[in-house]
Design a protein around this ligand. Structure first.
Ligand code: NDP
Ligand code: GDP
Length: 333
């Protein structure tokens, strides 16, 4: 009789990103063996800073691959034999998707098909999570967006995500795969990429506070987003894969705020005045905007027993503090 405890194994694509790092930390905490796919770059090798920041780098098994390269995905799945696959890899920045629409389609859209096909061809029984996005609602068709709200994407990114969402649904329906799509609304943290508006603001506030910069340049500050914390949202991903049946879930806080409101929280927290430092830059407006997003997470609350625990204010203050601490460390070095 084998007395060794069974250890669940998870494979995360996009493990070097914000969500990948928090999900790795979360799954390690649950006793998983965690594998992550990362791609090489010529400058910094693999991008492992976030995993390092959370102190989990030496506990994950990093394997080299690219979501656009099906052979690398097949090799990794064959080696890892995962019980759960979390597909987080994407070209994830909306503004860039107008500059690199083909790459966004290949990575953010067809990349999802690559993972699903690899699982199907290899006859893997792994449960699959797809990182879908509230950006798919775009030009919103209902005031509050739920799993049944029609989609209306407004960027090449959102169009690619829509493909990823529907191919996930299709593989579930065609092949009976346990494939779930999490339609996550914006979620942030101190590990958010600096190009996204919350982190751009908190990093900018830190630089102004420490006298390194005088202004912060933004585009449309009247856009509204339903912002949650990445730590809360990776828990929802895991919960989806623990369900008997795969399904699609909206994950959101159910509250929406303007960029301007978020900006005020960050500046107030640092004891600064927005009016002294903000410059509105028309070049930062988007060719097509998503004016407002507001999620209705009732299904996730009812079926998954999930709920958000971190407020926008607490999250933005955490991000400002983390950026100030990071900058101080860099200035001392
Ligand atoms: P990040 O941009 O922080 O991370 C994206 C990850 O994808 C990185 O690990 C990146 O690697 C990897 N990646 C990019 N291109 C490739 C490629 N060709 N092959 C392999 N890996 C690649 O995104 P988040 O962590 O914030 O988001 C995770 C997922 O959730 C994404 O799919 C995103 O679109 C989606 N999403 C995010 C939301 C949010 O508010 N954060 C909301 C809804 C959906 P590298 O480090 O090398 O660049
Ligand atoms: P998105 O919802 O995935 O596009 O997340 P972002 O954080 O990139 O953008 C959120 C909103 O902030 C969008 O409506 C942007 O138009 C708006 N915004 C205003 N100024 C900026 C800016 O300078 N950078 C970014 N990234 N967004 C901005």
């Amino acid at each position: 009789m084998n007395l060794e405890a069974w250890v669940p194994r998870a494979l995360i694509t996009g493990i070097t990103g914000q969500d990948g790092a928090y999900l790795a930390e979360f799954l390690l905490g649950k006793g998983y063996e965690v594998w992550g796919m990362a791609r090489r770059s010529s400058t910094g090798g693999l991008h492992l800073d976030r995993l390092e920041w959370l102190g989990v780098l030496d506990r994950v098994n990093i394997v080299e691959g690219d979501i656009a390269d099906m052979s690398s995905i097949m090799r990794i799945i064959s080696e890892c034999q995962p019980h759960e696959v979390y597909n987080l890899a994407a070209q994830s920045f909306v503004a860039t998707s107008w500059q690199q629409p083909h790459l966004t389609a290949d990575v953010t859209g067809v990349g999802v098909l690559n993972v699903l096909e690899a699982l199907r061809i290899l006859k893997s029984e792994a449960r699959f999570y797809q990182a879908s996005s509230s950006e798919m609602f775009g030009l919103i068709q209902h005031q509050e967006q739920s799993e049944t709200t029609p989609f209306y994407p407004r960027s090449p990114y959102a169009v690619a995500k829509l493909y990823g969402h529907w191919i996930t649904v299709n593989y579930r329906e065609s092949f009976g795969m346990h494939a779930s799509s999490g339609i996550l609304f914006n979620h942030e943290s101190p590990l958010r990429g600096e190009e996204f508006v919350t982190r751009k603001v908190t990093a900018g506030v830190a630089k102004i506070k420490l006298g390194l910069e005088k202004e912060i340049r933004l585009g449309n500050i009247h856009a509204k987003r339903d912002w949650g914390h990445a730590r809360d949202y990776v828990r929802a991903m895991w919960l989806m894969l623990q369900q008997e049946t795969a399904d699609d879930y909206v994950v959101a806080t159910g509250r929406t705020w303007t960029v301007e409101h978020m900006l005020n929280i960050a500046f107030d927290h640092a004891g600064l005045k927005v009016a002294d430092h903000l410059v509105i830059d028309p070049a930062l407006f988007r060719p097509a905007e998503v004016d407002v997003l507001l999620g209705k997470p009732d299904k996730a609350i009812a079926n998954l027993g999930w709920k958000p625990t971190i407020s926008l204010e607490a999250m933005i203050c955490e991000m400002v503090d983390a950026d100030i601490a990071r900058l101080k460390r860099r200035m001392r070095a």
